[in-house]
Design a protein around this ligand. Sequence first.
Ligand code: ZN
Length: 509
Amino acid sequence: MPPVNRLENLEAIVQQFKELDETMTHYSDMLSLAGWDQQVMAPPKGKSYFSKVRGTLSTELFRLATSDQIGELLNALSRPEVQQQLDAATKAAVRERKRSYDKDKKIPEKLHKDFTIHTANARTVWEEARKENHFEKFRPTLERTVELVRQYSELYGYEKHPYDALLDDYEPGLTVEQLDRIFGTLRERTVQLLERIRHSPQQPRHAFEGAFDVSQQEKFNLHIIPLLGYDLDAGRLDVTAHPFAITMNVGDVRITTRYFENDPKGSLFATIHETGHAIYEQGVNAEYEGSVISSGVSLGIHESQSRFLENMVGRSEAFWERYFGDYKSFFPGKFENLSVRDFYRSVNIVAPTFIRVEADEVTYNLHIMIRYELEKGLVAGELEVKDLPRLWNEKMREYLGVEPPTDTLGVLQDVHWAYGAFGYFPTYTLGNLYSAQIRKTILKQFPDFYDIIRRGQFSVIREWLRENIHQHGSVYTPSELIERVTGEPLNPDYLVEYFEEKYSDVYGL
Ligand code: ZN
C-alpha cells in the first residue's frame, strides 16, 4: 500500500476502503434478503438448502471483514493525522468497520465455527425443550453456550466486568456500571408506581371482546402505517410467526406482523412497533447507501424509534381521538358503547404477565432486569445454569409478584439464549429510556405535540425525527447521538416521569 502522507495517496486509500465497504454491505444485503425469504416466502422444502447458501455467504463476508487488506486500510485510515482529513461519513464508516474488525480478529476461526454450529443446533434443542416444558433437556446445551460466550468475553477483553465485552456488541460503549445505576433507579420507581396502580379503584375495562376478522385487521394496518410515515413503495408488510423489520437498502425496508382473531391489539401494536423501526431505516440519508453506516446505529437507538411510535404515539389518547373512528369502521358492531377514553385506557392496561413480549410498557422493563441479572451472573461465573429455573421464578415473584407455573412460561420463553445473544436484552429497556428522553425534547420543540397527533399530522414529527435522528444512520455513536438530540447523556428520570404522568391519568392516581 502507498504511504498515506500524500493527499493523492489518501484519496486512493479512501477509494479502496469505500469499495470494500460497499462489497461487504452488498453481502450483508443479500444475507438479509435470503433471511427474509427463508422466513416469509420460501416453500418448506427449499429452506434447508437456503441455510447452506447463507452459511457460505456469511463465511465469505467474515473473510472479507477480517482480511489483511481491510486491516491495512483501516489502520492507515485510523491514524490521527489522517482522521482529521476525512469527512464525517467516511470517519464513521472507518470507526464501525474497525470496531468489528478488531473484535473479529480476536476470535480464532475454530471458536467462531464452533459457536456458529453450536448455536444453530441449540435453537432446535431449545424449541423442543420449550414445547415439552423440559428445562433439563436444554440445560447441557445452554451450559455449553455460556462456556463459549465466556470465552468470547475473555478474548474480546474488558476493563471491569466480563459482561461489558458482550454488551458492547449490541450497544457500543454500554457497561455494567452504567446499567446497574440506571436499572436501580428505574426498578425502584417502577415498583412504587405498580403498587399505586394495583390499588387504584379506577381499573380500566377490557375493550376487545370476541373475534376480529383477520383480513380487516390487515386492512387497518395497511391504512394506518402510511399515515405514520411508512412508505409502502419502499417496503412491504407480510406475515410471520414473530414480527420483525429488515432492511435491504434505504429504498427497501420490509416489516412483518402476525394476526390472532382474538388478539387484534397484539397485532396492531406489533405492526406499529415494526413501523417505527422501518421509518428509521427508510429515513437514512440515501448518500450513505452501500456503506455500513446506512443502518440505524445501535439496537437501543433502534428500539427507541419503535417504542416511541408504539407507546408514546400509538397508545396516546390523542392518537385514538383521531383514529378510533377509523378503527371502529373496520370492525362494524364492535366497540359500540365504548368511548375513545375507555378505548385509550384499555390499550394501556397494566398487569403483570409471565411473558415478556405480552407485557405492558410499565412492567416490561422488569422482565428485562430479570434477564440482565441472570445473564450477568452466568457470564461472571457467579450463577450456574442448573439453578436458572429456580432463580427465574424467585425474581418473577420478587419483581412482578407472579410466578410462572411452568418453565415454558418462564425461563424457556425467549430464543435469545439459544442463539448465544448474551448482552442483547438490556437494549430493549435502553430503547424505552432513550424514547422517553427524545419525547421530552420533542415536547420542548413542539409544546402542541399531542394536538399535532390529534390533527393526524404525524408527518411533522416524522420529519423532525428524520432530521435529527434517522438521516444520520450510524454516523454518530449512540451516546453522541443522544447528547446531540437531547442535549444530555442518557437519563432514566424521563421514562419514570412519562410513566407517572401517563398512568396517573389512565388509573386516576
Ligand atoms: Zn423492536
